[in-house]
Design a protein around this ligand. Sequence first.
Ligand SMILES: [Zn+2]
Ligand SMILES: [Zn+2]
Length: 240
Amino acid sequence: MTHVFYVPHADDETLTMGVAILQCLARGEEVHLVLMTDGSACGSVHFLNGTAKCPVHEKYHNPLEERYLDGMLDTQDHVAARRKEFLAAAERLGVPSSNCRVYGYKDGKLTEEQARQVALRVENDEDVPGPKTHHTTTSKYDDHNDHVACGNALAALHEEGTIPEPVYYIKRSKWKGLPSGRGIEDLVADEKQKETIQRVCKEVYMNWDPEKGHYAVGYHSVPESFDRLLKDFTNKAHTK
Ligand SMILES: [Zn+2]
Ligand SMILES: [Zn+2]
């Protein structure tokens, strides 16, 4: 069995699907990750460049005084930093870079058709052995354009009979007020899986060492989501 996780943005794989990924690997199943967008819409670049007050360090950063490896971060640096974090997180979760595909669709503007084409390519890709299960963040309980695009694309492909029933994951900020007992499954990490997720957070998304080019972009982007993950190592999944 091969599990393909469509990751709208670098960090969704850890924040929203990390436990599921680790549980697939623990069962000896193959995992592939597909990063969909370039992450360029993320506001963290303003915090990192000091054009807005950083909520993590509670100050205005100064890339030159703080000797950022890349100096002032332009869009390209920022996109590259996010991609680097994604691949480093994947590796620590146990997914080698040979099982990661990276697409650079514009963050915030992913279309259902683009997501559909990617999923079709993966479904027909001989380097991704079958049978396959497709996973992504969901359309039903989520309002982010890129998450909705991935969710709707998989749902449509399933309805047409092209792919088996997908699994959808609900991001943490949408957990409040979810209907209980309506087919939403809690995936809870065991001790070893918790340690792995803690490592990914500490060594990748929260790794602040700008002189070496580690900018903790993930944490600067959604600090509360990481803080909540580190208090509650659960994913929420549903199929319908
Ligand atoms: Zn996302
Ligand atoms: Zn900061």
